[in-house]
Design a protein around this ligand. Structure first.
Ligand SMILES: [Fe+2]
Length: 246
């Protein structure tokens, strides 16, 4: 009974929907081969996962081949293999906020933007430098009817533990997504401390694995959630389930 313990294993919670991973094979710095991707989904399904939004990096400078058309096509290519894993997969993207990124959302084919669900768009920044146009881009996204979801704010080194900057981004009608492994300190103590502070402030809406490798599944299996954080994490898990239906 988890309520008698000081912590609970993440695998004991209802983790049914993931909204951030790099499992789609051979398209970015995540999984390389179809077999390992399928193995990852099988293992996650064994942990209870039923639905997964696959979010390769969308950043022309590093991954020029990743477009809405190519990403969807890649998922179609592996859909037969993935369907046998028991996890329902959807293709989306993790959009880097680079100078000029808004152009890709304003073209005539903007209807092909890789959304998580509905018009929810996952965005990210460099870990070392804040994108100069982040606030302008969020404003543009909102004005175009999109709902920005900022990935792993706890990992951005330039955002202080005071949460002043994170709060100001959230106040711009931006949802925040926790990397669940941050709570286990897998990205370092600073990221863990910021993740806990943001969680305790109630500023996250969703969580993701941001899975890049099979080794991270072992980390997920060993991850423990502090008792005082269980309800907050359960709220994010419910948020993930709702987002899939958006
Ligand atoms: Fe990611």
């Amino acid at each position: 009974m988890w309520f008698f313990n000081r912590s609970v294993k993440f695998t004991e919670l209802d983790f049914r929907t993931d909204i951030h991973s790099h499992i789609l094979p051979g398209v970015d710095d995540g999984f390389r081969t179809e077999d390992r991707s399928a193995r990852a989904l099988e293992l996650l399904h064994g942990m209870g996962l039923e639905r997964s939004v696959l979010t390769p990096h969308i950043y022309p400078e590093l991954y020029p081949g990743n477009t809405p058309v190519s990403v969807r096509l890649r998922l179609e290519e592996v859909s037969g293999l993935f369907s046998s894993t028991g996890v329902d997969c959807r293709a989306a993207g993790e959009h880097m906020v680079y100078a000029g990124v808004e152009d890709s959302f304003c073209r005539e084919n903007a209807g092909e933007v890789l959304c998580l669900s509905g018009k929810f768009v996952l965005i990210e920044m460099s870990y070392a430098f804040e994108s100069q146009n982040i606030r302008e881009f969020i404003f543009r996204l909102n004005s175009m009817g999109y709902h920005p979801v900022l990935a792993h704010p706890e990992r951005y080194s330039y955002y202080s533990g005071s949460l002043e900057e994170v709060t100001s981004i959230a106040d711009m009608d931006t949802r925040l997504q926790l990397n669940i492994l941050s709570l286990g300190g897998f990205y370092g103590n600073t990221a863990r401390e910021k993740a806990e502070a943001i969680l305790e402030r109630g500023l996250y809406s969703y969580l993701g694995t941001d899975l890049h490798s099979l080794a991270q599944i072992d980390q997920l299996k060993s991850l423990k959630i502090k008792r005082k954080h269980i309800h907050a994490v359960e709220r994010l898990l419910a948020g993930n389930d709702s987002l899939w239906q958006a």
